[in-house]
Design a protein around this ligand. Sequence first.
Ligand code: ZN
Length: 169
Amino acid sequence: MAKIKNSNKKSKALILISKADRKHGKIKGKNKKETKQLRLMCPHYKITKKGHVKATIIPAPGVDENGHKYCVCEQCGATVRTKFLTDEDVAKVIGDAMDMFQQLKYMGTAVGSDKTVDLAAQVCVLLKAGKKGYLRTRDIAKKSGNMKKKKNKNNGRGSNFYGSWSVNK
Ligand SMILES: [Zn+2]
């Protein structure tokens, strides 16, 4: 566990992930289950020893199966797309997931799996909140210009990271 300076005003996930142990740069928990959970919570940033917040994603070569450019997170291994989803994309993605969990609540009750019903109910609430959060944050990011092209001095890393979002188009 690493120590974190200035940990106020930072997300719980960022603090948790920054404190986590590493093996070859990748987040590692006490066991396989914890490793998986920690990696799923990774915000693709970390707090450095000096207390700076640093991006941990690097541009991947080529495009994904949908033809989009993307980045890979060095500490969790997740791929992170660099193109914003449109309102239509968001409605489709959330709509499909919502369909699945609406059905799961119904199925769970039918087969007597209370845990599944409660899990699916939570997911439905979170999907709705997640949709709102995505749209709001995307619009702020677009307006603020933070994600626009900046001089890329450092191979898309660190504070110059936002430059790599310019691969958007
Ligand atoms: Zn990550």
